[in-house]
Design a protein around this ligand. Structure first.
Ligand code: 13P
Length: 348
């Protein structure tokens, strides 16, 4: 394992003011998102939409990397340059999502396990050879009546640790994502307890499986009350709980921490990140790895008028700018409340 190479990649991810674009929605997830805004979901529309995002002028000022789905990883721009080359030439690290999605965990109703370890060493060798610098694997942990069980957490963290070590053996930085779901009626306290338990088991397992922690990144949810709990999001409370849980349960020699937006309203995802960053300095780099918070308004605008390329890319850059400012605690929160940029762009 080349630990220097892994740590160098990590340092490129956590450049101040930059973060990751998660554009690794599977074809099935894309179908849902495109259906919601009335766009036909085909290989070509997925390609064209990703091209719109990746080729946004100036996006590279805010993006250190992009996570792609396998299909996108091999696709070209309309001018015939493969996306991963385009990104690399713009100083943006190409990344690849490698889990094969979720299935039920037999014997544990309501709980899931991610698939994809079979054949992964060979696939990772191919991705690394084609220029992937980092990878992502998503597991989910649901909170509900009697769940998560330790067996579910144990099964998922075992898979995450094995995946991480497979990546590192071919020089690719693993992003390990045990997403504690926002869905549910749980309290913020319950979320905090589940995240603590998940992190404890995850990092114990990663150490046991000889993962080089400074060459690995955690992708995590924030500590939130469940989406259906009826409890409002208090940004200071989210920041306080999230920072506490990370400091106490995430090893300080880990490469870094990135956040998913998890279905929060984009402004909540930006405000929460801003408050989290303001509580720094943290033991590791902290930044965003958002899909929906960056993309939702952009996808809506694109669906309304596919010819308004410049305006739609301006909107994407605007979302990136907010996430970037939030990642170092310098988001102008008052501008966010009064900002009508998004609603204006939705009228395109
Ligand atoms: P969201 O920001 O929409 O949660 O997506 C991030 C991600 O990559 C989840 O795996």
């Amino acid at each position: 394992m080349n630990t220097d190479q892994l740590e160098q990649t990590v340092s490129k991810v956590f450049v101040r003011g930059k973060g990751l674009l998660a554009a690794d929605e599977s074809a099935a997830t894309c179908q849902k998102r495109f259906d919601a805004v009335g766009i036909a979901c085909t290989e070509e529309t997925r390609r064209a939409y990703r091209e719109l995002l990746f080729t946004t002028p100036g996006a590279e000022e805010y993006l250190s990397g992009v996570i792609m789905f396998d299909e996108t990883f091999w696709q070209p721009t309309e001018h015939g340059q493969v996306f991963r080359e385009y990104l690399k030439n713009h100083g943006v690290l190409p990344g690849i999502k490698v889990d094969k999605g979720l299935v039920d965990l037999p014997g544990f109703p309501g709980e899931k396990i991610s698939q994809g370890l079979d054949g992964l060493p060979e696939q990772m060798t191919a991705y690394a050879g084609a220029g992937a610098k980092f990878a992502k694997w998503r597991s989910v942990i649901a909170i509900g009546d009697g769940i998560p069980t330790d067996e579910c957490i144990g099964a998922n963290t075992l898979v995450l640790a094995r995946y991480a070590r497979i990546c590192q053996d071919v020089g690719v930085v693993p992003i390990v994502e045990p997403e504690v779901l926002f869905d549910g009626t749980h309290t913020a306290e319950q979320c905090e307890q589940v995240m603590a338990r998940t992190f404890d088991i995850l990092f114990q397992t990663m150490r046991a499986f000889r993962v080089h922690l400074p060459g690995a990144v955690l992708k995590t949810s924030m500590v939130l009350p469940g989406k259906e709990s009826g409890m409002p999001i208090d940004h200071d409370d989210v920041a306080e709980r999230t920072v506490r849980i990370l400091r106490e349960h995430v090893p300080h020699d880990l490469g870094g921490v990135v956040f998913l937006s998890g279905g929060q309203a984009p402004n909540d995802a930006f405000l929460n990140l801003n408050r989290i960053a303001k509580k720094g300095p943290h033991p590791w780099g902290v930044t965003f790895s958002y899909s929906r918070a960056l993309q939702d308004p952009v996808l809506k605008a694109w669906a309304k008028n596919r010819d308004a390329k410049k305006e739609t890319q301006d909107l994407f850059r605007h979302q990136l700018k907010l996430a970037s400012a939030a990642s170092h605690g310098e988001l102008d929160e008052s501008a966010l409340h009064t900002d009508n940029f998004v609603s204006h762009a939705q009228d395109l």
